[in-house]
Design a protein around this ligand. Structure first.
Ligand SMILES: Cc1cc2nc3c(=O)[nH]c(=O)nc-3n(C[C@H](O)[C@H](O)[C@H](O)COP(=O)(O)OP(=O)(O)OC[C@H]3O[C@@H](n4cnc5c(N)ncnc54)[C@H](O)[C@@H]3O)c2cc1C
Length: 458
């Protein structure tokens, strides 16, 4: 496609490149993790620094183009890629700099979690990051950031010391406890609503290898008793442990995997393993030792591989009564079995996540016990309707036990989901912040906090 004089002028201002349809890299740059997202932006601006971001935002505003912000491209609904809009593609901004003496990392706004993990590793340092290394630091951190270190060191957003941000009106500002503290509050959980983060400054923590995963596999029809035992273990587990539960089909047979992931000094590990072994007689036991980096990458290219069709339903639960366990095992069907059902998981919160007062950050629901996610994946577009319906049925079966939802697990819930993620009181404060920092709702392709002057678009 030929370039207009305006696009040529934009290109002349940039360190990076502008891609339009027909350019060699255009198709690769518009692709995201979920293969269901197949949109064609008018422009993809591959930014190399904050000044490029400023130019891209100005251009989008002047030409009335919808603006998508892309880091790892793992928004499940593909918020980063607007049809006929402009993508601020941060992926060239992927540098991570570590100061081991001060235990700090400066991470550019387009970096993936793997880059952060790998930069800390030679120094024996890390900070809380998600469990799949091709996820973006940007979206994950701004929504909260749950990972294997969170029960010891807090969510990813709790470990941000400062942000460098390009605002909707094209300024470059810093947000920290002492600089624009209101913005600093909102960026820790409020998603991409308030600006484009070009650098995150993180607190790092010492990491000791090996990590351990202890997993017991049960057949679906014998899992309920063991599940109740796992729940008791999860309520009292040390902070180095993140208890997990998983249900999915292995070679067409539904299986339940109960256990925990352990990262950190092994004090208390033997006792927890003994407790796990006491919950029931499994079909199989696995105790897997690996380095922290291996742990962070283990699901990258199997369960969570890119280029498949995906749909999720998630929620938080502050409690897990027996009926919730039964609903989890039921998978939204009469007997918990059938073709094309999603796999589902619980991941336990608590520990350092709950130490932070709820009002300290935009992230909400720090009293969560477990996060539930039902995740459908498939490849044939003909199955779209059936797969999405199955995930929704599973979500509906768990809904009576929901205390809220993680904003980064929302898909197509719209304003009702945003309300569930933050609650009314937080939303009032977030909306006031939006009025200050983005009154025209320039950043609305996200789980949108609408300013008082505009209706939510998503
Ligand atoms: C395979 C997979 C595994 C996951 N695992 C975890 C996990 O372990 N823990 C967890 O907490 N979450 C997890 N998530 C959820 C994840 O946090 C969200 O999907 C998140 O939005 C992904 O961010 P991204 O940068 O990769 O996505 P993108 O699609 O690039 O960005 C999503 C949105 O974030 C905003 N955004 C991104 N970067 C910036 C930036 N620099 N400045 C301003 N706004 C920005 C924009 O609004 C954008 O639309 C996972 C998701 C997937 C698909």
């Amino acid at each position: 496609m030929s370039r207009s004089p305006e696009v040529t002028t934009l290109q002349d201002q940039l360190g990076g490149v502008v891609l339009v349809e027909g350019d060699e890299d255009y198709d690769r740059a518009r692709r995201v993790w979920n293969a269901m997202v197949d949109r064609r932006p008018r422009l993809i601006v591959r930014c190399t620094g904050p000044d490029d971001v400023v130019s891209a935002i100005r251009y989008a505003r002047e030409h009335d183009l919808e603006l998508g912000i892309r880091c790892g491209g793992h928004s499940i609904v593909g918020h980063a890629i607007p049809d006929d809009g402009l993508v601020v593609d941060l992926t060239p901004m992927n540098q991570v700099t570590v100061d081991p003496a001060r235990r700090r990392a400066w991470v550019e706004g387009g970096a993936l979690l793997g880059a952060l993990d790998q930069a800390g590793e030679p120094h024996g340092l890390a900070t809380t990051a998600g469990n799949v290394s091709h996820t973006g630091v940007g979206g994950l951190t701004l929504g909260g950031g749950m990972g294997w270190l969170a029960r010891q060191h807090g969510l990813t957003c709790d470990n941000v010391l400062s942000f460098e941000v390009v605002t909707a009106d094209g300024r470059i500002v810093r947000a920290s406890e002492t600089e624009h503290p209101d913005l600093y509050w909102g960026l820790r959980g409020g998603g991409g609503n308030f600006g484009v983060v070009t650098t995150f400054e993180f607190q790092l923590h010492p990491i000791v290898d090996p990590t351990v995963q202890a997993l017991l596999t049960f057949p679906l029809d014998r899992a309920a008793d063991a599940f109740r035992g796992w729940r008791e273990l999860a309520l009292t587990a040390p902070r180095q442990a993140t208890p997990t539960a998983w249900l999915g089909d292995v070679d067409g047979v539904p299986q339940v995997v109960l256990g925990f992931v352990w990262v950190g000094p092994l004090t208390g590990y033997d006792e927890l393993l003994a407790s796990l072994r006491s919950i029931g007689r499994p079909l199989a036991e696995q105790v897997r030792r690996s380095s922290y980096l291996e742990l962070q990458q283990q699901d990258d290219y199997d369960l969570e591989a890119p280029a498949q069709r995906r749909y999720w339903k998630g929620q938080y639960c502050t409690e897990l009564p027996d009926d919730a366990i039964a609903a989890f095992l039921g998978r939204g069907t009469a007997d918990g079995t059938g073709a094309g059902l999603p796999y589902a998981s619980f991941q336990v919160y608590g520990g350092a996540i709950a130490d932070v007062p709820d009002e300290a950050t935009a992230f909400s629901q720090r009293d969560t016990f477990v996060e539930f996610v039902a995740a459908a994946r498939w490849t044939d577009p003909a199955e779209d309707e059936e797969r999405i319906a199955a995930a929704r049925r599973y979500g509906a079966a768990m809904a009576p036990f929901a205390s809220g939802v993680y904003v980064n697990a929302l898909t197509d819930e719209g304003a009702a989901g945003v309300q569930q993620a933050y609650g009314s009181a937080k939303l009032v404060r977030l909306q006031a912040l939006k009025d200050t920092w983005d009154p025209d709702n320039v950043f609305h392709l996200n789980h949108n906090i609408a300013p008082t002057s505009a209706a939510a678009v998503s």
